[in-house]
Design a protein around this ligand. Structure first.
Ligand SMILES: [Ca+2]
Ligand SMILES: [Ca+2]
Ligand SMILES: [Ca+2]
Ligand SMILES: [Ca+2]
Length: 399
């Protein structure tokens, strides 16, 4: 009577199927614990390693020795997808009397070219009998099921999903100084093609000044991480090569990883450019990048002069690039009268080469006697009004 009552209760809490039967060793305690099967993840990538644990104290037959489960006739462990299967598969006890049994298999995906060179990069195969030598082919969006005939007629199962992942890419800093080294990290578990060895992927790196850029190899941080890293440096004096990118201050810097393993609803043949942007900054503070001298007045021949009403004179200034790379600029000259009204405004756009000095002049014809204020400014550009030098000012009275 007691036995049949227990049986009814078990069916009502949903263990898959029970046929009354006696078991050769201990009679399993259906209530505590019910031999749960667990995996180390709920979702795996196509070439992941799967760690399996079964808690089954009633299968600890020898309390002084390591027991195993999964290969005894009528108590097989089976690991399978819709297409492929490993059976029987052995799991072994973690310690002589733990009653906890573990093993692992390596997923081997399916035939696919992940880097666009036309050749498949995986080695799909299904083989092995446990506890650690199993390989199992899987599809992109499929699942994986592990079943264990725990006691006669009591089949326990657990399932995990298989999916590809959209890769992520990051720079280690939002902006870099010219002398610094930049680090890129790509996270894409799908490119951990072999969990026993270091894998690598390619990342394209470019700048506004070199849109073709360079291709760098990012190396997996350990055998089974799915995280890839690389470093590169900047050059302002030579063309890009190796892990050195030509870029000048104020350039945006780009890194791109083309992910050819992207999940549903994308098609298996689709790819996605995963791109990130950073900025290259000069080590010299903006306002110190260009030096400016005092304002002078000259005539048309460069001879110092005094501005007079209705005579053309030149407002002359010398600017110097304090950096050993090119610097584009806009140079503005503004004249105000005593009341603060702007009577003359002009600008010159240009580029200073490494450490170059340049004399710039703007003509000015004072129309009336007044007390004038002459100012010059050096900015990055008319749109990006970041000062590259202190501004220079002169007061001049014409009477
Ligand atoms: Ca044991
Ligand atoms: Ca390939
Ligand atoms: Ca690997
Ligand atoms: Ca991917």
């Amino acid at each position: 009577m007691v036995c049949s009552l227990i049986l009814v209760l078990v069916i009502s809490v949903g263990i898959i199927s029970i046929i009354p039967s006696s078991f050769a060793e201990d009679i399993p305690d259906y209530f505590n614990p019910s031999a749960p099967i667990s995996t180390d993840k709920d979702v795996y990538s196509w070439t992941d390693k799967v760690h399996i644990t079964v808690v089954a104290p009633s299968w600890n037959a020898n309390r002084n020795g390591i027991d195993s489960i999964g290969t005894q006739e009528r108590h097989f462990i089976r690991i399978y997808t819709g297409e492929h299967s490993l059976e029987p598969y052995k799991l072994t006890e973690t310690t002589p009397s733990s009653g906890v049994f573990t093993g692992e298999i390596t997923l081997t995906g399916f035939s696919h070219d992940v880097d666009g060179d036309g050749d498949p990069d995986t080695n799909p195969r299904t083989s092995g009998n446990g506890p650690t030598n199993g390989f199992l082919e899987v599809e992109r969006d499929g699942g994986l099921t592990i079943s264990f005939e725990f006691a006669d007629g009591v089949i326990l199962t657990t399932s995990a999903m298989i999916s590809w992942n959209v890769g992520k890419i990051i720079f280690d800093k939002p902006e870099f100084l010219v002398g610094e080294t930049a680090k890129i990290q790509v996270v894409d578990p799908d490119m951990n093609l072999n969990p026993e060895t270091i894998d690598r992927i390619e990342v394209e790196v470019s700048s506004d000044s070199d849109m073709a850029g360079i291709i760098v190899n990012a190396i997996e941080t350990d055998d089974d991480s799915g995280i890839f890293e690389t470093v590169f440096s900047f050059t302002q004096s030579s063309v890009s090569s190796g892990n050195r990118l030509f870029a000048v201050p104020d350039d945006s810097v780009y890194a791109k990883y083309e992910d050819k393993t992207i999940p549903s609803p994308y098609a298996i043949r689709d790819s996605l450019d995963i791109q990130i942007e950073s900025k290259l900054e000069s080590e010299v503070m903006s306002i110190q990048r260009i030096s400016i001298e005092d304002i002078l007045f000259t005539d048309g021949f460069g001879i110092p002069t005094k501005p007079m009403v209705n005579e053309t004179s030149q407002i002359v200034n010398r600017i110097s690039n304090n950096q050993n790379h090119d610097q584009s600029f806009v140079y503005l000259t503004q004249v105000k009268d005593e009341s603060g009204s702007v009577v003359s405004l002009s600008w010159i756009q240009g580029e200073l080469t490494s450490n170059q000095s340049l004399q710039l002049s703007q003509s000015w014809v004072p129309k009336v006697e007044n007390n004038y204020f002459i100012e010059t400014f050096v900015w990055k550009s008319l749109n990006d009004r970041v000062p590259l030098s202190p501004h220079s000012m002169l007061s001049y009275v014409i009477e």
